[in-house]
Structures are given as C-alpha cells and as structure tokens.
Write a protein that binds this ligand. Structure first.
Ligand code: GTP
Length: 211
C-alpha cells in the first residue's frame, strides 16, 4: 500500500488538530490544547486505490517554528489552514506557502496543496470573507475550501482533495515509466528484427568480426 505524508500547517489555534481529529476519528474536541506534534494514520480508499495517509499535525506556536522545515521536507501534500475568525492567521499563510516553496524548491503547480478557511460555523465572528479566501487561493493557483471541524463541513473533501492530487501525480509518473519501458521494448524489438533479417538476407552481421 502506498503511503502519503500529509502536513497540516498554519498559525496557532486555527483548528489544525480539530480538523485532523474530525477526519480521522470523527470527533470534535472543544477544549484547546496546543500541539507540539502529533501523527495520525488513516487508510483511505480512492478510485479503487488504497493509501496509508500519515497526517502530521504541526505546532502553530512560535516556539516550534524551527521544526517546520523538517516537516515540509518530509511532506508530500500540504494543508494550509487559517481561521475565518482571525485575519492575522489568514495573513500569516503567505509566509507558510513561501516556506513550502523554498524548502521543496518547486512551483505551486507541482505540489498537492489546499488552502482551508476553518471555523466557518462561527459566522458572527467572521473576519475574513469567503471571497478573500477564494481570491488569495486563485492568485496562488491553489484549491480553496471553507471548513468546520465542529459541524464536519468539507473535512473529508479537503483531505481527499489532497489524496486525489497525490494519486494523480503518482499515476502520471507510473504512466510515464510505462511509456518509457514500452519505448525501450520497441527499440529492442526493432534491433532484434533488423539483426535477424539482415542475417537471413545474407548480409554480414555488423556485430561479427570479419575474418
Ligand atoms: N467553533 C469552532 N471551533 C473550532 C473549530 N476548529 C477548532 N475549534 C476550536 O479552536 C480551538 C483550537 O483548536 P485546535 O484544533 O487545537 O487548533 P490548532 O490549530 O491545532 O492549535 P495549535 O496546536 O496551537 O497549533 C479549540 O478550542 C477548538 O475546539 C471549528 O471548526 N469551529
């Protein structure tokens, strides 16, 4: 079974642990307990393929920011979370996105990433409009969803969007490998036929040393 290393990133208290626990255990925990690092596993089936999803729930607090490079280096898919009730958490995402691109040394288009605006159930406390979330994500060329770990809105969709992106990438590279193999087989096949035909026609074998 293929494994996928998914990293959940964002400022403190935006709901990274809550999203992860909702997805993995279908529970919502009301109390706030700052994360240092937590790893969750879940088997996911998508279009007939099974994946072992390893979700790294990272710390949002400043004290552990130095660890981020390491998580990013090991990660294959990234969930960038802000809270719709905190403009600061929204503004801080740019720095996280830039850090991913710096550590991975690729463009956004090459990476499975999603921007998630969490706590969408807290409409009266909203500080970031859905349109602003949409605008930022489309500027970066990244998929965007608003979620609520509390009401379980869009949680599966957000995680499985990333799984689907990794699946697409993996299948794409397997197809490329298969094409490369087929091309090699064709080359070898042609060389074999040219070789045997030239012998039948009475021509000299180029590989044979002439006496
Ligand atoms: N109403 C509401 N509250 C939420 C939601 N998601 C998380 N919370 C609450 O927000 C607080 C912080 O949630 P966490 O999941 O611990 O946040 P975090 O981003 O993991 O925080 P750090 O570990 O500090 O990085 C908790 O009290 C949660 O119950 C949500 O979708 N709706």
């Amino acid at each position: 079974m293929n494994s996928i290393k998914l990293v959940v990133l964002g400022s403190g208290c935006v709901g990274k642990s809550s999203l992860t626990i909702r997805y993995v255990h279908n529970e919502f925990i009301d109390k706030y307990d700052p994360t240092i690092e937590d790893m969750y596993r879940k088997v996911v089936e998508l279009n007939g393929d099974h994946f072992m999803l390893e979700i790294m729930d990272t710390a949002g607090t400043e004290t552990f920011l130095a660890m981020r490079d390491l998580y990013i280096r090991n990660g294959q898919a990234f969930m960038l979370v802000y809270s719709i009730t905190s403009r600061t958490s929204f503004q801080e995402l740019e720095q996280v996105k830039d850090q991913i691109l710096r550590v991975k040394d690729v463009t956004v288009a090459k990476l499975p990433i999603i921007v998630v605006g969490n706590k969408s159930d807290l409409e009266p406390e909203r500080q970031v409009s859905s349109q602003e979330g949409e605008n930022l994500s489309s500027k970066w060329g990244i998929q965007f969803l608003e979620t609520s770990a509390k009401t379980n809105m869009n949680i599966t969709a957000a995680f499985e969007h990333l799984v689907a992106q990794v699946q697409k990438k993996t299948l794409g590279s397997k197809r490329k490998d298969r094409k490369r193999i087929n091309f090699c087989q064709l080359l070898l096949h042609n060389r074999y036929h040219n070789h045997t035909n030239s012998n039948k026609d009475g021509h000299s074998n180029p590989n044979k040393i002439q006496s």
